[in-house]
Design a protein around this ligand. Structure first.
Ligand code: HEM
Length: 153
């Protein structure tokens, strides 16, 4: 069967529009796929690993370490716009506060990342590594305890 050109064009546009519609979060809800925050956190993990490695074997050229910490800061700024994935475990009247404190705690982690970058810029990779192993990993641990769904801890 031959379809009129106008009808075909219309169907194609509708298809394109529809395929652009669902966001990562909607897909996560409906199809059990990962949330936007989950994807951000996975990238955070990759950069953290690479950063740890480059600080443990520092060379004169710290540009790799600077790249990884910059990526982590960018990801933290993206993460703070998201919502924690344990909101449905929180009583409804406390959810606003929970989202705010999630945002505060991501900013706390970002503060450590800024300190860490300053140490790299000062040519102190050992100090940067201490900040990673201490305060940054604690921020991660606390963040996951408070904001990750129970079964994911
Ligand atoms: C260096 C810092 C961090 C790293 C490398 C990191 C890494 C990860 C990874 C790999 C996941 C997904 C896998 C898993 O379930 O374990 C995850 C999930 C999550 N993280 Fe982080 N994280 C960091 C800091 C934080 C902080 C500071 C918070 C909150 C203040 C946080 C909140 C969450 C939440 C709520 C999830 C669940 C997201 C979802 O699955 O929808 N994370 N994180």
């Amino acid at each position: 069967m031959k379809l009129p050109v106008k009808l075909l064009a219309g169907l194609t546009c509708a298809g394109l529009f529809w395929s652009a519609l669902p966001t990562a979060d909607l897909r996560a809800d409906e199809e059990g796929e990962h949330s936007a925050l989950h994807e951000i956190m996975e990238q955070m993990k990759d950069n953290l690993k690479r950063l740890g490695r480059s600080l443990a074997e520092p060379s004169d050229d710290l540009s790799d370490a600077l790249h990884y910490i910059s990526e982590m800061q960018r990801l933290a700024l993206e993460a703070k716009q998201q919502q924690p994935n344990n909101l449905d475990e929180i009583p409804e009247d406390q959810r606003g506060e929970h989202v705010k404190s999630f945002r505060r705690d991501i900013l706390g982690a970002l503060q450590v990342m800024v300190e860490l970058e300053l140490a790299i810029l000062d040519g102190q990779p050992e100090q940067a590594l201490e900040l990673l192993k201490g305060p940054l990993l604690s921020a991660r641990k606390e963040g996951h305890k408070r904001y990750q769904k129970d079964e994911e801890h």
